[in-house]
Design a protein around this ligand. Structure first.
Ligand code: NAD
Length: 318
């Protein structure tokens, strides 16, 4: 085990497409002081550490090595990107049993190290595996965060930015619910620089609701479209994970759509699901409860009931 230096340490469990892209983005953006790579395939983690280290003269100084679960004892953040990914035509929920069993071992190994930081989960189905991580770890829910709909929200903002020909950073719009087939667009709170998108629909002849609906469908099905073309998706989520890492380690109090445990908000209980929340050094500071339209509220409840139903195999493993 490497002794902790000064500064922040992130451990990535699973250096496949998503984990290694996240590592590369962390190095490029100079976010952490120490980065540890752990994978079942030790040689893959070693190769990634060597390759990333060779980019160091072009980036910011940091320490990167292929490590073990022992290195989690000193970690601020453990990011889990390990496990099976979707094959063509497979839904995220198809991965539950395989990945829940893998998670039981991973989370036990991390906790055995004496880890006392924050978990960030990206493996799919992310809402269910975040719930499993919370249960397996015994940590407070604030410190077990799923990437949730952070990527879906980014896809949504990008496509709306293209449609309105506006910088996607000035598009404020959320995707909530399952990171998967039952997610929903929150049109009632979507705006461009403060002007509601639903006002554009009413006032501007060039903005059609059916075209906006198609944008949402493309967001929801984006992973299928990318997987058909190149087998996996990883750059977008990697940048989303970096965004979350900064919000946590730099105590930013940023509003991001992540997966967290609901305890009454939106009338939901005992389910990890994608909602906007304030994220800081403590993890989840607060879930934002938006005043959803009746239809959005119904869709969110439907999404939660699908997740709860799908969670049954996890309850058996816990
Ligand atoms: P991948 O197959 O490229 O990588 C998975 C890695 O996990 C492999 O290197 C494998 O050796 C490792 N692994 C497997 N079991 C392990 C264990 N027990 N301990 C340690 N390492 C282990 O897959 P990927 O494309 O990187 O995808 C990883 C996960 O991320 C998938 O579940 C995928 O669906 C998910 N994903 C999530 C989002 C999101 O928005 N949350 C986006 C894209 C992908």
């Amino acid at each position: 085990m490497e002794k902790r230096g000064k500064g922040t340490r992130v451990v990535i469990i699973g250096t496949g497409f998503v984990g290694s892209s996240y590592a590369y983005a962390l190095l490029n953006q100079g976010v952490v002081d120490e980065l540890v790579l752990v994978d079942l395939n030790k040689e893959k983690a070693e190769g990634d550490a060597m390759d990333l280290n060779h980019g160091m003269p072009f980036g910011s100084p940091m320490r990167i090595w292929a490590g073990t679960y022992q290195d989690c004892s000193e970690a601020d953040l453990v990011v889990i990107t390990a496990g099976a990914n979707q094959g063509p035509g497979e839904t995220r929920l198809d991965l539950i049993e395989k990945n829940a069993k893998i998670f039981k071992n991973i989370v036990a190994s991390v906790m055995d190290s004496g880890f006392n930081g924050i978990f960030l989960v990206a493996t799919n189905p992310v809402d269910i595996l975040s719930y499993a991580t919370w249960k397996f770890s015994g940590l407070p829910m604030e410190r077990v965060i799923g990437s949730g709909t952070i990527l879906d929200t980014a896809r949504f903002r990008f496509l709306l930015g293209q449609y309105f020909d506006v910088d996607s950073r000035n598009v404020h719009a959320y995707i909530m619910g399952e990171h998967g087939d039952t997610e929903l667009p929150v049109w009632s709170h979507a705006d461009i620089g403060g002007k509601p998108i639903l006002t554009y629909v009413k006032e501007d002849n060039h903005v059609e609701m059916n075209e906006l609906d198609t944008i949402f469908t493309n967001v929801r099905d984006a992973a299928y479209h990318i997987i058909e073309r190149k087998g996996a998706t990883y750059y977008g989520i990697a940048m989303g994970l970096v965004r979350l890492t900064k919000a946590i380690l730099r105590n930013e109090n940023s509003v991001l759509t992540i997966s967290t445990l609901l305890k009454g908000k939106y009338g939901l209980d005992d389910v990890y699901i994608g909602v906007p929340a304030i994220v800081n050094r403590q993890g989840i500071r607060e879930v934002l409860e938006l005043n959803l339209s009746e239809e959005e509220h119904k869709k969110l409840h439907h999404s939660a009931s699908v997740l709860k139903q799908a969670m049954k195999p996890v309850h058996d493993i816990v």
